[in-house]
Design a binder for this molecule. Sequence first.
Ligand code: 5GP
Length: 180
Amino acid sequence: MSKLFVISGSSGVGKGTVIKEFLKRNPEFKLSVSCTTRKPRAGEVHGENYFFLSREDFETCIEKNEFLEWAEFSGNLYGTQRPYIEEKLSQGKKLILEIDTQGALNVKKIIPESVLIFILPPSFEELEARLRGRHTETEEAIQKRLASTKSELENSKYFDYEVINDSIENAVQKLEEIMK
Ligand code: 5GP
């Protein structure tokens, strides 16, 4: 049985909320903490939401081959540290990576038994409304994120499962069916 689950979905699709609720109900799963060069949002904590690194430090990690995968998303770098994942998996933990679609496909290449799940919005209009309603990004950042939605959807056809986030309850239940 696979112990590594990779969840992707467009910005604003609500995947963070769905995953949070899933983790509350299924404490045997753990969310992997990624590294990023993006600035922390209000309330985000280093080591909990992300390891926030300078671009220079991130690039040093790339040079040292410390990332299982990394990707540039919306002008920032994001990556999953290899030793971190190996340690958690060797402890028998069931691990969730919440990463973008390029990263997800790279993980699948390296760890073929990983399970890829794509979370879809009920509609594109809904997605745009959610992204704006979050009030965490500038207009420019929102436009960049909406533009990346298309390529993310394109990549999603290689995923193992799709889950539509029409309600948190439905989406969590679907995740439980897939992951348990
Ligand atoms: P956000 O800035 O909203 O936290 O994340 C932006 C995007 O980066 C999301 O699609 C998120 O899933 C993705 N992401 C977060 N961590 C990683 C990572 O370690 N690797 C990759 N490839 N993408 C990541």
